[in-house]
Design a protein. Sequence first.
Length: 148
Amino acid sequence: MSTPETMTAAIERTIPVAHRMGVRILEAGPGHAVASVPVEGNGNHFGVIYAGVQFTVAEILGGVIALSTFDAAKYFPLVKNIDISFVGMARSELRAEARLDEATIARIEAEAAERGKADFELEAVVTDAEGKTVATTRGLYQLRAHGK
């Protein structure tokens, strides 16, 4: 089973741009993931965290949840679509969190075993250091069997 530390280290190899942003995995477990990104080095021209950084810290959760919930030797995650709403100014370290419930996990697992792939939706909330929501995402991801 992957730990938050090993997943954070894997980002350096698999998604170098997210590593350069400072994305860290804080929690990773079945159906649950939390990531963070620092404010330092991620600002834009008017003093808030760049929108692409906010998108990245939320989007990465789909892969983290898939890898910590399902058998990575059998399956890999991919993103098919993400919608993001920016709802507040991001001026501090950010935290992104997402969850899948047990029924959804069971459906994904059964469908992937039968068809070699399964789509799933995931909502993430990005908050600042004070706990205020600065962005929300709704993503369509896919769990896909290796070799399919």
